[in-house]
Structures are given as C-alpha cells and as structure tokens.
Ligand binder design. Structure first.
Ligand code: TRP
Length: 331
C-alpha cells in the first residue's frame, strides 16, 4: 500500500514564495508516489480574529493557487477542513489526551499570542486540531516547513498515548522537510517571510511582475560594512536564486560574491529574472482558473466527499476504541 501524506495550508488569501518553496513544491512532488491529502485549514484560520465576509474568497483563492502550482485533483485529494466535521470531533478526543503543559511549551503559540489582543482557547489548542487533521487519515508523512516540527512532535506524542491506552491505531508521524530552509522577509531579513508582517515582507506567488521586481530591488542587503559572514539579506537573495535559477548562474554569482566583485544590483536582477521565469507559467494557469472558479468549487466538493469517506470510516473505529458514540451502546 502507498504511504499516506497529509498536509494543511492556511487560507491566507495569497500564497507567498516561502509557502511555495517551503511546502507546496513538496506537495506537488509527493503526488507522484504517494496517496496525498491536502487541506485548506479554515478552522485554523479562525483561531485569530477573522472577517467572515472575506474567508470564503480566501479559501477559494488558495485552492486556485494550489491547483495552479500543480496540485492534481486526479491524483491527490484537495478539500476544505471545515467540510469534514470529523476533524473537530477527533480534536476533542485528542484534547483529552494532550497535556496542558505540552501545549504551553509550543513556541508558535507564544509568538502568536503576543500579537493578539484576544487570545482564544482555539489558538492555544491549534496544535491539537493539527494532530487530528493528520491522524484522522492515519497519515504518516507530513510535508511542512521547519516551523511546524514542534507541532508534529506533539502529534506523535498524542498518537503514542492513544495507541498505548486504547489500542494500536495511529501510525508514527514523520515530517518531510523541503530542501528550502525558510525564506526571510525581503524588507527585514531578520524575520521569517510572512503575510501577517505586512505587504513588504513577502513575495506573492501570483503577485504582478512589477511589484515583485520592486520588492527584490529594495530588499535589504548589507547593513553597515560587509563582514566575514554573508548578511541574512544577501543570503536570502542567494537562497531564492538557488531555488529558482539554474545551478550555473547560481555558482557564477556565488563565486563573484566570494571574490568580492559582485554588485548587489546584479544579484538582484538575476534573482528577479529567474524567480519571474519560474512563476510565469504558474501565474498563467492561475489566470485561467480565475475565469472558471466554478471548476475550483467542484474540485473542493469532490475532494471533501472523498476525504469524508476515509474520515468517517476511521472515526467509527476511533469511537469504538474510546467507548463513545451510538455504536458503543449496541448490545
Ligand atoms: N499549522 C500549519 C501551518 O501553519 C497548517 C496545518 C494545519 C497543517 N493542519 C496541518 C500542516 C496538518 C500539516 C499537517 O503551516
């Protein structure tokens, strides 16, 4: 049997190249040999304040972005988390198998809660829902960025506790990290690329060319005199180059840097050209999908019904092992 892969992505409205190189490239590659399930996690999105007027459009837009990037609904299941209610049902069960102390150690919670005026219990519980997402399908491989490793470790602990107390049911969850370590914000390379920091801090996969060029042109390089080590801003540009250019160009510019002859204008032009060269075909596919959002809705509907079938079957067994649900009262 093929190994099952699961991953979730937040409906931020706009996918950035950090999401793309950090996770989505792997989503696409894994479809070839695995049984893949990808979810747009709207229940995670509502753990911080959100506007219900805009959420559905963001979900649909993320689905179209994923399809444009190469997610193939014939090979993978693509669906919206809230369309399969078993996610939250399993999350409750897992809540009862998660220690309060473990959740309190989650660094993403500590970071995110500092940015919120209102810290919801949902935000605290976020990693438990994430564990339920993965384990509901008994998935063992999870393509994620490295910032999610702590959450996956928690999912492993939850699965072990369940298996130990109620019977072996869940597999051992393992991350699949991309070759791309995390991309940093072009405007502040000390911080991870992120939409929530503001427009200057990310490069959107579907962003217009002129605006991508501008963000690269104004990207922070060296602050102060050049030191022994490559500054984070320059390293970030080299990383984007490595991910999008041919290796010859990368090697050439890297050598020039080492020799001290590289002008950053040249580096930035190369980064912009190679990145745009890579993004253009994705953007073209995305424009086609924009004209036919009905077909994107159909993909999500079909995905939800396929996901539900697996979820319902596994949930039945999980309820039985836990001694809950109507079946448990049958004589
Ligand atoms: N927390 C993940 C992120 O922010 C998103 C996510 C939700 C996820 N559920 C998941 C990732 C399950 C992997 C598996 O990137």
């Amino acid at each position: 049997m093929k190994e099952r892969v699961f991953s979730g992505i937040q409906p931020t409205g706009e996918m950035h190249i950090g999401n793309y190189f950090g996770a989505v490239v792997n989503y696409v590659r894994l479809q070839e040999q695995h049984d893949c399930i990808y979810s747009i996690v709207d229940y995670h999105a509502i753990t911080v304040e959100h506007d219900p007027k805009f959420l559905p459009a963001k979900v649909l837009s993320m689905a179209a972005d994923l399809l444009a990037c190469g997610i193939d609904p014939k090979r993978a299941i693509l669906f919206v988390q809230s369309h399969v209610p078993e996610h939250t049902e399993l999350a409750w069960i897992f809540n009862c198998l998660t220690s309060f102390g473990d959740l309190g150690r989650m660094t993403q919670f500590k970071d995110k809660s500092e940015q919120q005026e209102f810290v919801s219990a949902g935000l605290f519980d976020y990693p438990v829902l994430q564990a339920a997402d993965i384990l509901l399908y008994r998935a063992s491989k999870v393509p994620v960025g490295e910032d999610q490793l702590q959450h996956l470790e928690l999912a492993r602990r939850i699965a072990r506790r369940f298996n130990g107390r109620f019977g072996e049911f869940f597999p051992e969850v393992e991350p699949i990290l991309s070759e791309a370590p995390r991309l940093m914000s072009p405007a502040d390379p000390g911080q991870k690329m992120s939409k929530s920091l503001g427009d200057k801090h990310y490069i959107g996969v579907m962003e217009p060319e002129a605006s991508i060029r501008e963000k690269i042109k104004t990207a922070v390089t060296d602050v102060g005199p050049r030191g022994e080590q490559m500054s984070p801003g320059v390293a970030n540009l080299f990383l984007i180059l490595k991910l999008s250019a041919d290796s010859k160009l990368y090697a050439e510019l890297e050598q020039a840097y080492q020799a001290g002859t590289l002008r950053y204008v040249r580096l930035k032009e190369a980064v912009a050209e190679s990145l745009l060269g890579m993004l253009r075909p994705l953007q073209a596919r995305r424009r086609e999908l924009e004209k036919d959002l009905g077909s994107v809705r159909l993909v999500l509907e079909d995905g939800a019904s396929r996901a539900r079938e697996i979820a319902q079957q596994n949930m039945k067994e999980i309820r039985r092992l836990m001694g809950v649900g109507p079946e448990s009262l049958k004589a």
